[in-house]
Design a protein around this ligand. Structure first.
Ligand code: SER
Length: 885
């Protein structure tokens, strides 16, 4: 009996030998389609090949594609577990032709594979075609020899395949397997077609149209083929089973579930095991493709599926988290075909364990509340919407989980009440919003959030993605389009652009649509809506268009390095300065980082050196930077650094990096740095490149501010400093290593020379006069002189020398040096009782247009604007001496 792995291989091998390129499954999160939540069929990754927008070096391809159908047009979540063939995750086998063969090729391939390779008896097969498709009917007749009653014409959309509300589409032909009359049910198109006798196994789509949002459709230039066959269905058939969950692969997962819960896989707990097996696959593959549980968008779909599985595990009586224990069984079954699953195994287990631990804290209480409320209701009545909302809001029960729980009791939820309670909560959140002074303008963003939902951020995993333009806003008002030269805020449904928060600046980059391009200068967010602040640079951008969003890679790379370096810096500061260091603010810009932290004194050169060295040692360690989601309490228990006084939601991202030397452990409990952070980070610490501290300064009382550079900016900084040093060495004609000694020697020499010069100047002044030039004023020998080239300090010494040469008398000296005038006076001790040097200085200063001056009676000094009135100053001083008689 072939295993599912064998069947996958036979399929791909058959088409490979028929000229098809075997192409890997694309990730579950489509990179090329903003309108689609998850890859829901094999053709998604080829969408642009069908429409002719893209070409590749092959025209025929075959894939086994990972698919999730749990939201949007193709949503199977509600039925999973209760039916034989519904899954949230499944593999779709497909063959594709891009303008190569069409119906005449696709039908014979399918027929040959089924009847020859898979050896399915021909009389068990029948087909449907779109009611107007005579061509397909004729080919079937010719190739398979099917009688007319086995080629059923279907007039409904069942035989017209569409990927979603927009995109390539076309009529299809479906191949059915007849399980025989022991099973009730009629052929497709009959009244009892919903029975289980006739099962669709393969859908061949004749891609020939493209559907647009406004409802119009155009014929594609080329005719192509897209086929899809669920591996689980064909597997069941070839393994002689009627139920997909009885195939080898699904059975192995069900048995793993039975083992960890010790509950019979086929007893009354059967449905629960099936739900768990299916949801294990979708959640694990989604996590492997970068989706993390959250309360928005894809993350919320993941959370809903996870929590649904967890409730079923709880119903099986499991008292501890079980989902993570099933991951090894899944990896054994599918890890070889999908290596990404093996690579992400640890992260999948960790995410499931943490989510289940958290959810279990409220699950019991929520279920009890549900039972109490049901007991109050009349028999069979639906649950009031407000109760379902309370379960959602307080206990983390997604609506479909509550519906699933009620389904077993044959009841539903009053949806209107739930919607009303949700709307009321949003209204209150809006009323409570206090933004940064833009409250009046903010209304429009709340309205957009209500209308289109919040923006989904894709930028943790990618810097380029497609989004859909949901709104264009100019000066607070929505517009339908914006033309070149206009400044406009662009809102899209999903974006790789990071919106400014947590100290990390918003991203810049480019947004392109079919008709125009815009340069984004900054990105902010209000009410969960990302605001791309842009200027249209070419053409026109219109609401509703698909858009290519590309973050400025170099700029983001630099921001990322700075942000990760900030985490290492924070830890190094705590290590070197002490545990009292706490973050008070930060800026992670492309050109530098800034970090404010609590600390009382300036950092010494030695502390700076140690901090810088420690950060650089963890950069060189080049250990992976890891991000996990957990509750704030779990994060604190791990020792994560959180911002004091910050309010966190019920889950937080914890970024860990660096390994303590010698601990031998990865970035878990032993991580060097562990911080709550929503920012974007490097993949490995080595990506930071280098780290240079620029210096620290006081920011406010008890808070220091440090600036630093990383990567190329750090190297540029060091290079520039080195170049300056080289220049200095050149001037000194010395080696760089000798520069410090040489400069110190020069400074000493200069000081000595300056002293010598001052002394010489005094000598010069003395030699040109002294006692010999004294005049007699009222019996006092008085020297009044202007000296050149002597500074304030030397003037005092000169006054003393002149006093000594006089023996008895008074001195008044004026000097001008470097644009500053100085007045100095001295009186010998025998005369200070009669004349004060202070009075002489003050009189002279006043005469020179200055004010003040002071000292002692025997010596005083002052300053003045200039010496223009020097003669008056001397005159006024003489007058004081005369008056003292
Ligand atoms: N796109 C079609 C489907 O999903 C055929 O692959 O059924």
């Amino acid at each position: 009996m072939p295993s599912l792995s064998d069947i996958r291989q036979t399929f791909l091998g058959y088409f490979e030998k028929n000229g098809h390129r075997v192409v890997e499954s694309s990730p579950l999160v489509p990179r090329n389609d903003p309108t689609l939540m998850f890859a829901n069929s094999g053709m998604v990754q080829f969408k642009n090949l069908f429409t002719g927008v893209e070409t590749r070096d092959y025209q025929r391809a075959t894939t086994a594609q990972k698919c999730v159908r749990a939201g949007g047009k193709h949503n199977d979540l509600d039925n999973v577990g209760y039916t034989a063939r519904h899954h949230t995750f499944f593999e779709m086998l497909g063959n594709f032709s891009f303008g190569d063969y069409f119906k005449e090729g696709a039908i014979p391939f399918a027929w040959e594979l089924l009847t020859k390779e898979f050896d399915i008896p021909r009389h068990r097969l029948l087909v449907t075609v779109y009611h107007t498709d005579d061509e397909a009917a004729a080919i079937w007749k010719k190739v398979a020899g099917l009688s007319d009653d086995r080629i059923i014409r279907i007039p409904t959309s069942d035989n017209f395949w569409q990927m979603g509300p927009t995109g390539p589409c076309g009529p299809c032909t479906e191949i059915f397997f007849d399980h025989g009359d022991s099973i009730p049910g009629g052929p497709p198109g009959s009244a009892d077609e919903d029975g289980d006798r006739f099962i669709e196994i393969w859908n061949l789509v004749f891609m020939q149209n493209e559907q647009f949002e406004d409802g119009s459709m155009r014929a594609l230039d080329m005719q192509s083929i897209d086929t899809g066959m669920g591996l689980e269905r064909i597997g069941a058939l070839l393994q002689g089973k009627h139920d997909n969950y009885d195939t080898d692969l699904m059975r192995a997962l069900i048995e793993a579930s039975a083992n960890v819960t010790s509950v019979d896989p086929d007893g009354p707990g059967k449905v629960h095991h099936r739900v768990i097996a299916d949801h294990l696959r979708s959640t694990s593959f989604l996590i492997a493709d970068g989706v993390m549980p959250s309360n928005e968008g894809r993350g919320y779909v993941l959370r809903r599926i996870m929590r649904r599985a967890m409730r079923h595990a709880h119903m099986l009586g499991a008292t501890d988290p079980v989902m993570h224990k099933l991951v090894p069984a899944l990896v054994r079954q599918m890890g070889a075909a999908y290596p990404e699953l093996t690579r992400a195994q640890a992260m999948i287990e960790e995410t499931l364990r943490s989510e289940e631990t958290r959810f279990r804290q409220t699950l019991d209480r929520g279920l009890r509340l549900l039972d109490d409320e049901l007991a109050k209701l009349p028999d069979g009545a639906d649950l009031p919407g407000e109760t379902a909302f309370k379960l959602y809001d307080t206990f983390g029960f997604p609506l479909d989980l509550t519906q699933d729980a009620l389904r077993e009791k044959g009841r539903g939820v009053q949806i209107e009440g739930f919607d009303a309670a949700m709307a009321e909560q949003k209204r209150m959140a809006r009323a409570a919003w206090s933004g940064s002074g833009e409250a009046a303008d903010a209304r429009i963003w709340f309205e957009l959030a209500d209308k289109h939902g919040v923006t989904e951020f894709l930028g943790y995993d990618t810097e380029e993605a497609e989004g859909q333009v949901m709104a264009l806003v100019i000066d607070g008002a929505e517009v339908a389009e914006a033309a070149a030269g206009t400044k406009v805020t662009i809102v899209v449904n999903q974006t790789p652009f990071y919106a400014e928060s947590g100290g990390q600046v918003g991203d810049a980059g480019l947004i392109r649509t079919e008709t125009g391009a815009a340069r984004v200068a900054d990105t902010k967010k209000v009410a969960g809506v990302f605001l791309h602040q842009a200027e249209v640079t070419a053409g026109v951008i219109s609401r509703g268009q698909g858009a290519q969003l590309a973050v400025d890679h170099e700029r983001r790379g630099a921001i990322r390095a700075n942000h990760s370096a900030t985490h290492l810096l924070h830890e190094a500061l705590r290590g070197v300065l002490g545990e009292h260091v706490a973050q008070r603010g930060s800026l992670n810009a492309p050109d530098r980082l800034r970090f404010d932290f609590s600390h009382n004194s300036a950092l010494s050169a030695e502390e700076m050196t140690r901090i810088e060295a420690e950060v650089n040692s963890f950069i060189r360690q080049n250990s992976p930077v890891e991000t996990r989601l957990m509750t704030p309490d779990e994060a604190r228990a791990l020792g994560a650094q959180a911002l004091f006084g910050e309010k966190y939601g019920d889950e937080v991202r914890v970024v860990s990096m660096g390994v303590h030397p010698g601990s031998g452990k990865g970035a878990d409990g032993a991580a060097y740095s562990l911080e709550l952070c929503g920012g974007t980070h490097v993949a490995r610490t080595g990506d930071i490149g280098a780290f240079v501290l620029l210096g620290d300064a006081a920011s406010s009382a008890g808070v220091r501010r440090i600036e630093a550079l990383t990567g190329q900016a750090a190297l540029d900084h060091l290079r520039a400093a080195d170049r300056r040093l080289g220049e200095i060495a050149g001037i000194l004609k010395a080696q760089s290593a000798d520069v410090v000694n040489r400069v110190r020697a020069l400074a000493d020499e200069r000081k000595a020379l300056a002293n010598e010069v001052a002394q010489l100047k005094r000598q010069l002044a003395m030699s040109s006069g002294g006692a010999s030039e004294a005049e007699e004023v009222a019996g006092v020998r008085f020297i009044a002189r202007r000296v050149e080239g002597v500074g304030g300090k030397e003037l005092g010494a000169l006054v003393e020398e002149m006093k000594a040469s006089l023996g008895s008398g008074a001195v008044l000296l004026l000097a001008e040096d470097g644009g500053k005038a100085t007045v100095a006076a001295g009186v010998t001790p025998d005369l200070t009782g009669r004349i004060s040097a202070v009075a002489l200085v003050q009189a002279a200063t006043a005469a020179l247009g200055g004010k003040g001056g002071g000292g002692r009676p025997d010596r005083a000094q002052g300053g003045a604007p200039s010496l223009a009135a020097a003669e008056t100053a001397f005159q006024d001083a003489r007058k004081i001496i005369e008056d003292s008689k």
